[in-house]
Design a binder for this molecule. Sequence first.
Ligand code: SAH
Ligand code: SF4
Length: 348
Amino acid sequence: MSISDKIKNLLTKAETGGNLTREDIVALLKLPGDYSPALFAAADRVRKEQMGDEIFLRGIIEFSNYCERNCLYCGLRKSNDKLSRYRMTDDEIINTAQEIKNSRISTVVLQSGEDFFYSTGKICRLIEQIKNETDLIITLSIGERSASDFQSFQQAGANRYLLKHETASAELYKYIRPGCQLDKRMQCLHSLKHLGFETGTGNMAGLPGQTHEILADDLLVMKILDADMLGIGPFIAHPDTPFAGIENDDIEMTLRVLAIARLLTRNTNIPATTALATLHPQGRLLALQAGANVVMPDFTPEIYKIRYDIYPGRTDVGSAAEIISQLEKDFQSIGRTLLYSPGNRPGK
Ligand code: SAH
Ligand code: SF4
């Protein structure tokens, strides 16, 4: 069989839901560049068949940039003393949630550094208040907590949780997240799944020391966990971190990982991440045509948004209304429409 026939067979196997092996995934990641359009088109067809043409919106509030961790890649790391820290007040958080509600978006993502100023009780009260006043679906993305904390958050009314595994290599994980262990992260993810949260994991593409094999393992983690949401973004070097000056990959590899994630997991919710939009002016639209079906507009008030500096050059400046009207125009240009429904994973 010629090489091109082998590649065509592999793409067909991926598109028709055949069980991809680790070797198959590595081969897809390593495909010659001229096969990218075929890979992205296959993922786009599976997205359409499984999820339809609508783009689901999630409004995100980055309510605190304090963090106890020292991840080598992230601008919020504890040792970055150039960063001016903030915590939004409860009123500011509730008002922003109200703004999301007023924009007809039905779900809010509350994100922060690992900030233990927010005790379990404090997070629960916040969840209850948002639920009472807005009835939004609540997603948390506040880092690692105990299984009993997760349960309390759920009882208070949280439905979804995002906790990217970041990298499936235990060695690389330990290096880029000093003092942390991949096992512990995976335990959190299993607890969340077990409790019945719609659970999101994901990775960064382009980390120093990352190989195609590690990326294939990332994809297998997503599949084996049966994650409901997948955050897949490019690593972007931040000047005030130990990873300053490391060259960012182009977005090609991130888009490949995203496309393979769609082919492998079929009916998951996959955002076109802000990090992709930051690295390339068309990053968001390219992702939406390579398997992604979700966009997460940032509603954090302008004065704080610029200080939520996980990586440099984050886009989406302007008011939420401006951002959404721009998104609407962009999406129409590729034949897609915005949907304001909750956007659960099908079957959930
Ligand atoms: N503290 C929480 C949530 C905030 S960080 C946590 O770590 O889970 C949210 C995401 O930002 C992380 O999952 C990580 O993938 C991403 N991130 C951080 N620094 C980044 C960088 N330099 N480039 C790209 N993504 C980054
Ligand atoms: Fe903190 Fe999350 Fe950044 Fe790590 S990635 S430093 S845990 S905000």
